[in-house]
Design a protein around this ligand. Structure first.
Ligand code: PLP
Length: 349
């Protein structure tokens, strides 16, 4: 076996009692009003689908995103559909092009399939280098753009994403992973997935919506593309989802004010920690528009994350291309204060 599950790859085992700022989770649960909807569905758990829960989710998402309901499918998170995209559209003759560093789920599955995987470094502004990505494999089956990108949190301009959609081979698929889209105001590729038949956009409820353990994600794409991802279990209703998660997601997407407030709180916690690090002359990769940021320690990241864990603070991992750089997720104000105190204790320039 060449690859293990994407979720297992990304999340280090939780350490009991530690401040957990390693897996880009939200430190708090779903919005209370959404959690209430989930609780109600627990009591109706005898029914496969008590009251058209899928359709309610599609309608709620369509109203917010302006994507037609027949172009929306719901999944248990977005790791599984990422793997399905690779299986459906990459092959030993049609490769996958990604940025580096980026989220690995799609290329790991491609690697497992025997597809050629091409990784293209980010630009000096930490955006995807879309022209270099196309040039690196002009006949790929899949081009994967993660914006904001995990692990840098940096955004690739929507005009660049549009350029890649317009210039890739006609029969290749552009995949835009928008797991962290709620932290940007610079535009989504959802309208491309709504209008074109060669773009797939992925969303997840694991981040801002605080539902990582409940498992809910979405794809926006033409029905014909989604049929290929379904293979044996076609249709918009997959039978894979607990109705609790579906109902929770339906209420969550409609909470414009709560989304804004949660984002503002996370941004404030992130920016305060970054200001602390900058004051200590610790280098932070600039430009994060997400609930994470990266620290360039100038020495092996593993030693720093081990030292912080000894102080009961569990930060994220590094990527092979940048072994001195750790990803840190944004936690509550108290958690970020604990993180800063631990850095203060263990840091020696
Ligand atoms: N895509 C990106 C960019 C991510 O960062 C993650 C998780 O960290 C995922 C997809 C998958 O998460 P989930 O399966 O919980 O939706």
């Amino acid at each position: 076996i060449r690859a293990t599950s994407a979720v297992a790859q990304q999340a280090a085992k939780p350490v009991a009692g530690a401040v957990r700022i390693g897996a880009n989770e939200c430190w708090t649960g779903p919005f209370p009003v959404a959690a209430e909807a989930a609780f109600k569905l627990v009591t109706e758990g005898n029914r496969y689908e008590p009251d058209n829960e899928h359709q309610k989710l599609f309608d709620a998402v369509a109203a917010v995103e302006a994507v037609p309901t027949d172009r929306i499918v719901a999944w248990p998170g977005s790791s599984d559909p990422l793997s399905r995209v690779a299986i459906a559209f990459a092959s030993p003759t049609r490769g996958i092009v990604t940025a580096d560093p980026t989220y690995e789920a799609i290329w790991r599955t491609g690697d497992w399939l025997g597809a050629k995987v091409t990784k293209v470094p980010l630009t000096k502004d930490y955006a995807h280098d879309v022209k270099a990505m196309l040039a690196a494999d002009p006949n790929a089956g899949l081009y994967y753009v993660c914006s904001p990108n995990n692990p840098t949190g940096t955004v690739t301009p929507i005009a660049d994403i549009q350029w890649l959609a317009d210039n890739k081979p006609k029969d290749a698929i552009l995949v835009v992973d928008e797991a962290y889209i709620h932290w940007t105001e610079t535009g989504t590729a959802a309208s491309m997935a709504a209008a074109r038949d060669d773009v797939i956009v992925l969303r997840t409820f694991s981040k801002l919506f605080g539902m990582a353990g409940m498992r809910l994600g979405l794809t926006f794409a033409a029905p014909a593309l989604m049929e290929k991802m379904m293979r044996y279990d076609g249709g918009q209703v997959t039978g894979m989802l607990p109705m609790t998660a579906v109902a929770c997601g339906t209420v969550s997407v409609a909470q414009a004010d709560l989304i804004k407030a949660r984002r503002a709180e996370m941004n404030a916690n992130r920016d305060k920690a970054i200001a602390f690090l900058t004051k200590k002359k610790i280098k932070v990769i600039p430009g994060s528009h997400a609930n994470m940021f990266m620290i360039d320690w100038g020495k092996p990241a593993k030693a720093m994350s081990d030292a912080l864990l000894a102080e009961n603070v569990q930060i994220g991992r590094s990527w092979p291309i940048w072994p001195n750089v750790s990803r840190v997720s944004v936690g509550s104000a108290a958690e970020m204060d604990a993180f800063c105190a631990a850095v203060d204790k263990v840091w020696k320039a």
